[in-house]
Design a protein around this ligand. Structure first.
Ligand code: 4LI
Ligand code: NI
Length: 183
């Protein structure tokens, strides 16, 4: 799990394959290991010990597997206003998204992209997603703000898209009308 695929590896540019149920032992472990990576990476001591970069999302192509699977783990916020989101998502799809655009004020980073690429990544502020969990149960959830941005970033990975594809090359900090910023 330490071996994250880096930009330039063709697996990051492929459309990932649908995962069939019941899950193989291999697929189940893949999901569990991706979540484990996020948990370990968010613990400052373990992060240092294993020389990891912290992440809040990880998609299967980032560990070299071209399958529709991703893990998301948002750390609990200090003010506790926004509810944390934790899920291993199998075959996730965005079923609807808000017209309201949003972007992270500081831009996005990606475990597969070593250098900082400055610019706003325009996203939808809210999304409704559907996915299956490791037991094949269907979930439909509505997310907003930071969790919504992370999920869009991870689902992009499953279709071969990287965050910087969305940055305006002419004007990386151009703002969409009404765009809201999330820190
Ligand atoms: C330590 C412990 C500053 C710069 C702030 C760190 C626990 C950037 C932000 C974390 C930035 C945790 C993150 C993402 C950004 C920047 C991802 C720190 C891990 C902040 C996650 C997928 C984009 C997600 C907010 C170029 C690896 N994550 N920061 N973007 N954090 N982290 N993304 N942006 N500027 N990437 O990167 O997991 S969506 Cl939780
Ligand atoms: Ni990424």
């Amino acid at each position: 799990m330490k071996d994250i695929t880096r930009d330039g590896n063709p697996v990051l540019r492929k459309q990932a394959e649908t995962v069939k149920f019941p899950l193989s032992k291999e697929d189940r472990e893949l999901g569990q290991n991706m979540m484990k990576y996020l948990e370990v990476s968010q613990d400052p001591e373990q992060c240092k010990k294993y020389h990891l970069r912290a992440g809040v999302g990880l998609a299967a192509p980032q560990v070299g597997v071209s399958k529709l699977m991703a893990a998301v783990l948002t750390p609990p916020e200090e003010d506790g206003k926004e509810s944390p989101f934790k899920a291993i998502m199998v075959n996730p799809v965005i079923v609807s998204n808000s017209v309201q655009p949003a972007a992270l004020t500081v831009g996005e980073g990606c475990l597969s992209v070593d250098k900082d690429i400055p610019g706003y990544v325009p996203r939808s502020d809210r999304v409704t997603i559907k996915y299956q969990d490791l037991d094949g149960n269907e979930h439909k959830v509505r997310l907003k703000h930071y969790p919504a941005i992370i999920v869009q970033h991870e689902i992009d990975h499953l279709h071969g898209t990287l965050f910087y594809d969305h940055i305006d090359t002419e004007n990386p900090f151009s703002q969409a009308e009404n765009e809201i910023f999330i820190d």
